[in-house]
Design a protein around this ligand. Structure first.
Ligand code: MV4
Length: 447
């Protein structure tokens, strides 16, 4: 096992990683920008190293500075968390090349899944259902248009280097196709220096359901059920829950088995999430995330498994400590992402937190790096806390969530807690009857 791990991240996830390390007897090294000298992750860690000025490109994305911090502290493993360098195959490569362990998937798996065309082809060959569309990149405009006509509109043009909703163009009729293809290519070239795009049949009102997996490098892969992440705005998830209210046990087992079978074939190692659109009882693969995700605590709540501990154990060469049959799903969990932003305008609201009180009690977990008096810097993500509530049934969970949101105090800045309070009182939400456009439609009706 590692003696010392460097945590290449900040905020709540840096605390989450520190906590797993501390419980495992691993010493931690925090890295931070000059904007984060007073941050909680720096206070908690055993050691800390300043790696640069506030802009992330100069600090949390600064690979030479992070490697220097690893060297001077004698760190053995480097955990990237989520965001920042977590899905950067080059970073994983450099870390390993310098003799450290990258606590995450192999460089090759990160690279394959980072190219959305390669990812889709790879998992499609392994038997995972994909969205009908072009077989790989489209090059010739005329051929692409002919394929679109054959598939039938609406069609979505996606960037190979995109993901997370960046670089997509919806085409509802043939007359719009050529202009949309040109725009998609141009924007993709500008954003990612890659103009490869592909076509997919556009699904109108699917749910976003993702399957959590973990593999140990011996070919053993298990799934930890799904999360329903359909409640989102501007491609930012707002609330996630597990299990999905839309799936029955048969559908859950079916997709879980397909994913496990496929990923064990490529000996997938570490944590991963396979994302699907789900419509009319069918799953359609869209992307795979090769990182620990923000919403991993809902899976921890219903399985009782510490995903970060398992991920660290696997990176250190240990086999999985459980098999598929050992996993028992218990109850229901919901995560609300608490953001420093106005609840109706969504304008970010950095600044000093005057008062902070996190809810507690049975079945309530709050992952946050906030404290009263802390000044939230304007340079980073607006996520300031994750409220994760567990109950024996979904209804139980909802009652507990309502209670916990009512206890939550964050004074001095705007937060989106009132949005969560409103959202969870809607009949559609209470009935579990929502899809990926539901929240934006709800917000449209409110204004
Ligand atoms: C789609 C789609 C409909 N049909 N693909 C957006 C983010 C990226 N991960 C994939 N996305 C979508 N792909 C087809 N063929 C609708 C979306 C989409 C979406 C997906 C998941 C969660 C939120 C979303 C919001 C808007 C659009």
């Amino acid at each position: 096992m590692f003696d010392k791990v460097l945590i290449a991240n900040r905020g709540e996830i840096a605390l989450r990683l520190h906590r797993a390390c501390r419980e495992m007897g691993i010493r931690t090294v925090a890295v931070h920008s000059t904007a984060d000298s007073d941050a909680m992750h720096v206070r908690l860690a055993d050691e800390s190293v300043c790696i640069g000025p506030p802009p992330a490109v100069d600090s949390y994305l600064n690979i030479p500075a992070i490697l220097a911090a690893a060297e001077i502290t004698g760190s053995e493993g480097i955990h990237p968390g989520y965001g920042f360098l977590s899905e950067n195959a080059e970073f994983a490569h450099i870390v390993e090349e310098h003799g450290y362990t990258f606590i995450g998937p192999s460089e090759q798996h990160i690279r394959i899944m980072g190219d959305k065309i390669q990812a889709k082809q790879t998992v499609g060959k392994l038997g995972i259902p994909v969205v009908p569309g072009s077989d790989g990149a489209v090059t010739d405009g005329e051929e692409a248009r002919a394929l679109a006509e054959e598939m039938g509109y609406p069609i979505l043009i996606k960037a190979a280097s995109g993901g997370g909703g960046r670089g997509m163009k919806l085409v509802r009729q043939g007359s719009e196709f050529s202009a949309a293809l040109t725009a998609a290519r141009t924007e993709s070239k500008a954003a990612f220096n890659d103009d490869s795009v592909y076509l997919e049949k556009y699904l109108e009102r699917p749910r976003h359901i993702e399957v959590q997996v973990i593999g140990d490098g011996t070919g053993k892969v298990v799934h930890l059920g799904e999360r329903d992440c359909s409640l989102q705005r501007n491609n930012q998830k707002v609330l996630e829950e597990a299990p999905s209210p839309a799936l029955n046990e048969e559908a859950r087992q079916r997709i879980g088995q397909v994913v496990v079978e496929a990923l064990s074939h490529i000996n997938y190692t570490s944590l991963g999430t396979v994302e699907f659109l789900y419509e009319d009882g069918e799953f359609y693969f869209i992307e795979m995330n090769t990182r620990l995700q923000v919403e991993h605590p809902v899976t921890e709540a219903i399985t009782g498994i510490d995903l970060v501990r398992e991920q660290i154990r696997i990176a250190a060469g240990a086999p999985l400590s459980f098999s598929q049959e050992d996993i028992r799903f218990s109850g229901h969990a919901i995560e609300c992402r608490v953001n420093a932003e106005h609840p109706t305008t969504f304008v970010p609201s950095p600044g000093q937190v005057v008062d902070f009180h996190a809810p507690g009690g049975l079945g309530v977990r709050v992952d946050s790096a906030l404290y009263a008096g802390y000044r939230i810097p304007p340079n980073y993500d607006s996520l300031i806390a994750k409220l994760v509530v567990h109950g024996t049934t979904r209804n139980d969970c909802l009652m507990r969530l309502s209670r916990a949101l009512g206890e939550f105090v964050v004074d001095g800045i705007d937060v989106n807690i009132p949005l969560h309070t409103e959202m969870i009182q809607q009949q559609d939400f209470i009935q579990g009857d929502y899809h990926i456009h539901w929240l934006e439609e709800f917000l449209g009706r409110q204004s």
